[in-house]
Design a protein around this ligand. Sequence first.
Ligand SMILES: Cc1cc2nc3c(=O)[nH]c(=O)nc-3n(C[C@H](O)[C@H](O)[C@H](O)COP(=O)(O)OP(=O)(O)OC[C@H]3O[C@@H](n4cnc5c(N)ncnc54)[C@H](O)[C@@H]3O)c2cc1C
Length: 466
Amino acid sequence: MGPKPTPNEPNGENYIRLRFLIIGGGLAGVTAGIALAKHGHSVTLLERQKSFTELGAGIQVPPNCSYILKEWGLLDILSPLATAPQEINFRSYRSGDLLSQSVLVPDMEEQYGAPHMVIHRGDFLSMLLAEARGLGVGLLTGCNVTQIDFTTCSVWTANKQEFSADVIIGADGEESFCRASLLGKQDTPTCCGKLVYRFTVKSEVMRAHSDTMDLVDPPKVTCWMGPSSHVVCYDLPYRGVCNIVLTRPDERTDFAQTGPLPADIEDVRYIFKDWDPVLKRVLDLADTIMFWPLLRAQETDIWTHDSGKFILIGDAAHHMTPHLVQGATQSIEDAALLGELFAKIKHRHQVSDVLTIFRDIRQMRVAAISKRSTQIGLIWEFEDGPYQRERDRQLKEHQPFEGYPNPYTDSALLKWLYKYNIREEAELAWERYMKGEWVGTIGTQTSDKQFESAVRGTKRHATDIS
Ligand SMILES: Cc1cc2nc3c(=O)[nH]c(=O)nc-3n(C[C@H](O)[C@H](O)[C@H](O)COP(=O)(O)OP(=O)(O)OC[C@H]3O[C@@H](n4cnc5c(N)ncnc54)[C@H](O)[C@@H]3O)c2cc1C
């Protein structure tokens, strides 16, 4: 006998099948498709590009993300494509001195129930797309959404196709058309004063040089902390390449494109000329380097529409600095929570309430993580001087405390970040909601019909109630 269906699964006691339209086929959109289809909903995903692609090479999958994949039964499929680095090393940018080390294997899995992994973004997305396809998610490419009617829950694409659904999910990334439509104004993200350079070097080439072999064997994450800059490097054995990401300040705001753009390798070598000789050797091994300006959209807490049928998720709703490697992970937490909440819904008129509950839960967590990620970034990127020296002393002494500069040794932070259980969060929220204790919702008190007439012309969201 298989596991008991959740109430909203086919054969569950309250099964209602909703139709979802997801706009955007990045990690947020595809995982939302998986989470909702798993609970029996009908999902169509619209991606503007001709094929599904993830820019950049590697991505870190921390335990709060791999735990969700484990719950979805995907960790066994992911594991052969991914690697669990043994340790993460923080190094001084100039000398390369080891400042701090955290053991990741077996600590992460033992303490948080799932490993910290690294994987090629393309392999990650392909694996997720295969799962979504297997669950019956309609995956449509070449569908650039250019118009949304939030009330009728319909969208139109540039080539004049029309789609409609019960719920629309905007997962179209940081340059989000959905967010601009929701806010009713142009909302183009601007360059935040940082550039990201990305390149790969064949693992065998890294291994062939005595000074770079340590960066790939045994598998590890290396992070150099430098003034207003940091560099991250880890091997992706399944692809046979080592992934290197360099972040540095750049005040230019006039890039014609948002990236990836080809960088002048000699320029990059010059920029990093005073860094650790090991990193300089890695740069010598680079054939091509691409760069992206890091973008920032205006922060907004408007994620839902008054129609009660639309929600933003992923980078379209929130994005954060990459220091805590939580951007995609938070998108996948979004997806998992949507799945769990829509598994509980009993009546169509509760859709709006589910989106309100989702928004309330996610905004609190994401804002806190984003704040912490920014703080960590500032500490890692101190200019040379007394603050940097004091940080390095704290790291070298290795007496971790709350707020410690190496987050992988800050047990309070890790517990809060990694021990987060989406299913429990959804259970608790639903319990409160069913008791009539979720402010800004009314769906436990009405029928579908009463609800329709009650909300006509009424703003329902907690933030709108004065
Ligand atoms: C340097 C760097 C390193 C990072 N490292 C990590 C890491 O190690 N771990 C981690 O968890 N996170 C990391 N992140 C963050 C992570 O990459 C993002 O948070 C995540 O990829 C966002 O996924 P998304 O699906 O929300 O958006 P996107 O990946 O931007 O996907 C949006 C999709 O929507 C499509 N789209 C856009 N407009 C439309 C439209 N009008 N119609 C239809 N489709 C549309 C796009 O083509 C795209 O496919 C990093 C970020 C940076 C910058």
